[in-house]
Every structure is written in C-alpha cells, then in structure tokens.
Design a protein around this ligand. Structure first.
Ligand code: SAM
Length: 385
C-alpha cells in the first residue's frame, strides 16, 4: 500500500506492473503531465441494472475491474454502508480520481493500478461477492484529445489506455504486416472495406498521415465504407484501439481469474460494447454454466453434476430507451451476468475468438512473424473476402 504522499501512482512501474494504493494525492508530479480530473465526467452505463444483480450480495466485498470515473464503484459503496470495493484501472489518470473517492470512503475502498488480468493478482482481498467489468474506454479518455482516441481533435495517434507501456497506434501500424492490418480491420474493426483500408495504411507507412488522429482519420475516410450514421474512421479507430490495448486477450485472461475469485453465490457482471468482446463473454459464460463432467451413477441413480455457475440473465441485457436517449455511449452496451454456484474450479473456455499472436506481438512492439495466424472467426461472406 502506498501512503498519502502526492505522487503519480504506478509511475515507478512503467512496464505496467500494478501498485496497490489505499490513498494517493490528486496532484501531479514534476515532469509529468497533469492528471486529468477535469474533463466532462463519464456517465456510468446500465448502473441500475448492474446494481440490481450485485445487490443480491449486499453487504459484501466487490471488485470493480474497470474503475474509470468510479461511477459504478461509488454506487456500490453507497449501496450499503458495509460494502467494500477494490477497483482496478490501468490508466494513470484513473488513480487520482480513485484517490478522491478513497478520501470519502476510507477503509472501504482500495485502488489497484494495473491491467486487470495482471492486477487482479494484487488485490488484498482473496474472494469477492461480486465482480464487475465495464469494458472499453471512458469519456475521460475519449474527451482528452492528447490521448489520441478521438478523431475530433488533432493529437498523436496514441490510443493506449496505459501510455506508460506498450506501443502507440501509429507505431503499431508502422510495424504491422499487411496481413495483420487486414485481420485487425476485418475482425476487430468490422470494417466492410477492410482490405482497402489495410492497404491504404500499409502504403502510408513512413508518411506523416499515420502520426496523428486527424491525419489517420482523413486517410481512412478516403477508403472506408461511408454510412450516414458514423464517421467513416470510427470502426478503424476501434479496431486499432483493441489491438494496441490487447483488449480481447486481456479479457480472455481476466474472465477465468475473476470467476475464480468469486465466493460461492458470488455474481459476475460484464458490460461490453463490441460484438467480439461480447462473444468472448458469451463463450466463457457458456463454459461455466454447463458442466463438462460426465453423468455419474450414485446409488443406482443417474446424477448430472452441477455446472459451476448459472445465468442470472437468460438473455443479454440492453439499456432502457431513456438511457440510450440520454447517453449515446450506452447504445451498444450489452450486459451479461452469472452467479457462481459451486466452489469447484471452472474449466477455461477453449475457443479463441480472433486473437493471433502476431497481432499481439505487433501491438507490444515485439515485431512480426512471417505470416499471421489465420483467425478462427468466420468472415461474414459477401462483405468480407
Ligand atoms: C468504460 S470505463 C469504466 C467506467 C466506470 N465503470 C464508471 O462508472 O465510471 C473503462 C475503464 O476501464 C479501464 N480498462 C479497460 N481495459 C482495462 C484493462 N485491461 N485493465 C485495466 N483497466 C482497463 C479503462 O482505462 C477505463 O478507465
């Protein structure tokens, strides 16, 4: 635990290792950019729906895997005076926001700075009554131009949630093979004209067009499919962000770990915003809600062993009309919830969705293999290939 000295949490761990903090100052430190606590706030998505499920376990200990602006964390802390929350975020700008919350809820709140699939190992509590993932980026990140997530303002095309480590988007493009770019564009960006956009990015290597958000968006806009609803660069930015932050890989690694930390009857809720994310969650939930053990014969009777979990939401949850109308970001949200019903160890999902090691290698700056592994996700015929 780190004390109350103002310091940039995690600054000593530029490689992305996590630091657990009970209290930190909100001020920046010399030589570092100021902490971003001033952009317009993030509106928590599907808060009421999530709380309905987590409240089944009040009072309890909860784990918020994606602290962001702390909206869900705060709601859980306010939900019962004896609730505690451990929250994780890899963004250095989240830590000072957590420090502010820590002042209000001292003794009931702990923040762990790191990637959730790694930082979960550093949580002081061993087991939890509920775990929440609210995936993707926050409005704080989207609205801070210099983070490079948005094409609305000029900034370096960075897109890292944790800029202390990893490879910025422009460098990822520079280092990726054409095949990797095509995979990112097709499977993660879900860009109908993935081939043309990948080719354009490949051809633009070494040019200033890739370096900044507006340059990149302009280039992509010339080749991507135009629809009346969204900027043509939206999908490509999403796909690049997913690659740069290894979003699918981290989710795949974190879900079994999070499930493994649930107490019996503990609840795992996941809000996702992308079809591939949702597919990873759906497959994992399918795995833990079905037993792979064979039927046993006990005292002459056939007994089907219990699966480790049951679905609390039979169908995927979607935001109410009102929420969609007032918070555009919520429109693509999907909520899935399971409850652990057995302490037995779950088997891990066997299906890999689209991850190829090559994409990860490029995202982490480790260079390319000669050819990218083929994706296992079938391309939508017609639109693709
Ligand atoms: C959508 S926001 C969460 C908002 C939050 N629930 C709230 O109500 O304010 C997602 C947050 O999760 C963080 N995040 C995403 N992927 C992460 C990962 N693999 N490890 C740690 N933090 C992650 C992002 O940095 C971002 O701050």
């Amino acid at each position: 635990m780190v004390g109350a000295t103002p310091q940039r949490p995690g600054s000593a761990t530029a490689t992305g290792q996590q630091v657990v903090i009970g209290a930190t100052g909100a001020a920046g430190i010399e030589g570092m950019p100021p902490f971003n606590t001033t952009t317009p706030g993030h509106i928590s998505v599907m808060k009421d729906e999530v709380l309905d499920f987590l409240a089944l376990r009040y009072p309890g200990n909860f784990l918020d895997m994606t602290f962001g602006g702390g909206g869900h964390t705060r709601a859980i802390l306010e939900g019962h005076k004896d609730n505690t929350v451990t929250a994780i975020d890899c963004d250095p700008d989240a830590a000072p926001r957590a420090a502010l919350l820590n002042k209000e809820y001292a003794g009931r709140f702990t923040f762990v700075d790191g990637f959730f699939d790694e930082a979960i190992e550093a949580t002081p509590k061993a087991t939890f009554d509920g775990v929440l993932f609210d995936l993707g980026v926050s409005s704080f990140q989207l609205d801070t131009a210099e983070r490079g997530f948005s094409f609305r303002k000029e900034a370096p095309a960075d897109m890292r949630m944790n800029p202390r480590t990893g490879t910025p988007a422009w460098k990822f493009i520079e280092e990726a093979s054409l095949q990797t770019l095509e995979t990112v564009l097709r499977d993660w960006a879900e860009e109908p004209r993935w081939r043309a956009v990948a080719q354009a990015l490949h051809m633009a290597k070494g040019s200033p067009a890739l370096a900044t958000t507006l340059g990149l968006a302009t280039l992509v806009g010339k080749h991507a499919q135009h629809t009346h609803r969204i900027n043509p660069a939206t999908r490509t930015f999403m796909g690049l962000r997913m690659a740069v932050n290894d979003e699918i890989g981290r989710l795949e690694r974190a879900l079994p770990k999070a499930f493994g930390r649930l107490k019996q009857d503990g609840v795992l809720a996941v809000i996702s915003f992308h079809s591939v994310e949702d597919r990873v969650v759906k497959l994992f939930f399918r795995e833990v809600t079905h037993t792979s053990e064979p039927i046993k014969i006990v005292k002459g009777m056939k007994v089907k062993p219990h699966a480790p979990a049951k679905l609390l939401l039979k169908k995927v949850g979607r935001p109410e009309k009102d929420e969609k109308a007032t918070n555009a970001r919520s429109r693509s949200a999907k909520l899935r919830v399971v409850q652990r019903i057995s302490a037995s160890k779950p088997s891990l999902p066997s299906a890999k969705i689209v991850l190829s090691e090559t994409i990860l290698d490029a995202a982490q700056g480790r260079g390319e293999q000669p050819s990218a592994a083929p994706t296992q996700r079938s391309a939508k015929s017609g639109q693709r290939k």
